[in-house]
Design a protein around this ligand. Structure first.
Ligand SMILES: Cc1ncc(C[n+]2csc(CCOP(=O)(O)OP(=O)(O)O)c2C)c(N)n1
Ligand SMILES: [Mg+2]
Length: 363
């Protein structure tokens, strides 16, 4: 049994391939067809293209603050591939591959980070909560949805994401405790990307690792190499089996590294070294999966360039949809908080409209 063999108390980390994509732990390699591995490789490249271009658009002043995913693609790609339409995705804000695999389009991502509410609509993608910026708040929603699924005897699993920093929030504890007590079908994945903005994970917790927190809630936990597609896929599949059998939640700590900045407003050179960045670039998840494909003769090296070119064109088209999208109505910002708008909010709306008129007059 995977969860027994990788007991978090031993601080072992599930790894299936090494940094060059060589299979070092065949026993735990998931039994999936080559076709799926190829799809995952291509998809990780697509997600990375969207991500890199989003950073670039933000730098050009064409989109607002954006949290880069660079280096974390294996986690949400593996989990996204496991998600069925009836399953729920409860995101934080740095698991874009899962968003896309759930049915979001790049335009939704651009709209969201361009400040447009329609970016959270995800038309055509069911059971999908919007991005949650208040750290760990989404985990409460995940626990509640899991409880409802169990109560209604539905066949769904909730996939909830959060970061290493989220584990210090009260919401994290409450959500895991509640879900565990009620055996709610929730898979909590912590993307341990080593930092919560500038706070390194060693200052986040005195625990041996993050997976060990599962012990306090009486649920299985596992630490996996989050840059190893196979390891994340295997651990998540076992977690799905466990939870679908009615045994309640699982906590997965996926160890990774945020190669980019926390957001486009951050400068990581102020709190981490180039050596650290270099060491992690050796473990890049796309490079590793590519190493595996090469060794199996499954990928033609010449195919990367045309593939990336095609993805770039696709993303450009999606960005054009976002840039030509109709503006939202100013009332939308104010209207939906209360049944009847209180006086102070009415004043805010009037003042804001005055400000917008003034801005327009400056042009
Ligand atoms: C409740 C709350 N406190 C503080 C913040 C400010 N904040 C935004 S992101 C972040 C760090 C989150 O770190 P982590 O959970 O590791 O996720 P990561 O950003 O690394 O993906 C903080 C403190 C917030 N958004 N919400
Ligand atoms: Mg983090």
């Amino acid at each position: 049994m995977l969860f027994e063999e990788y007991d978090p108390r031993d601080d072992k980390m599930l790894q299936v391939m090494d940094n060059d994509g060589r299979i070092i732990n065949p026993q735990w390699k998931p039994d999936i067809p080559d076709e799926l591995v190829l799809e995952a490789y291509k998809f990780m490249n697509f997600a990375r293209t969207v991500d890199l271009m989003a950073v670039s658009y933000q730098r050009q002043g064409r989109m607002y603050t954006y949290p880069p995913n660079l280096g974390q693609e294996a986690i949400s790609t593996a989990i996204g591939k496991l998600m069925r339409p009836q399953d729920w995705l409860v995101p934080a804000f740095r698991e874009m591959s899962a968003w896309l695999l759930k049915g979001a389009r790049p335009r939704d991502i651009f709209l969201y980070f361009g400040g447009h509410e329609d970016g959270s609509k995800f038309s055509g993608a069911p059971n999908f909560l919007p991005s949650a910026v208040p750290i760990a708040s989404q985990l409460q929603h995940a626990a509640g949805i899991g409880y409802a699924i169990k109560y209604k005897k539905q066949d769904s699993v909730v996939f909830a994401f959060s970061g290493d920093g989220s584990t210090s929030e009260g919401d994290f504890h409450e959500a895991l405790n509640f879900a565990a007590v009620w055996k709610a079908p929730v898979i909590f994945t912590i993307q341990n990307n080593q930092y919560a903005i500038s706070v390194p994970v060693k200052n986040q917790t005195a625990s041996l690792n993050l997976a060990i927190k599962s012990l306090a809630y009486g649920i299985p936990g596992i630490k996996v190499d989050g840059n190893d597609f196979f390891a994340v896929y295997r651990a998540s599949s076992e977690a799905v089996q466990h939870t679908r059998a009615g045994n309640g939640p699982v906590l997965i700590e996926a160890v990774t590294f945020r190669q980019g900045a926390h957001t486009t407003s951050d400068d990581p050179s102020l709190y981490r070294s180039q050596e650290e960045e270099k060491a992690w670039s050796e473990k890049d998840p796309i490079k590793r999966l590519r190493g595996y494909l090469d060794s199996m003769g499954l990928w033609n090296p010449g195919d990367d360039e045309p593939m990336l070119e095609e993805y770039k064109n696709e993303v450009e088209k999606e960005f054009a949809v976002y840039e030509n999208y109709p503006d939202y109505k100013v009332e939308d910002v104010f209207q939906y908080h209360y049944k009847e708008m209180p006086e102070d909010l009415k004043h805010q709306q009037i003042n804001y409209e005055k400000f917008l008129n003034w801005k327009e007059a400056q042009k």
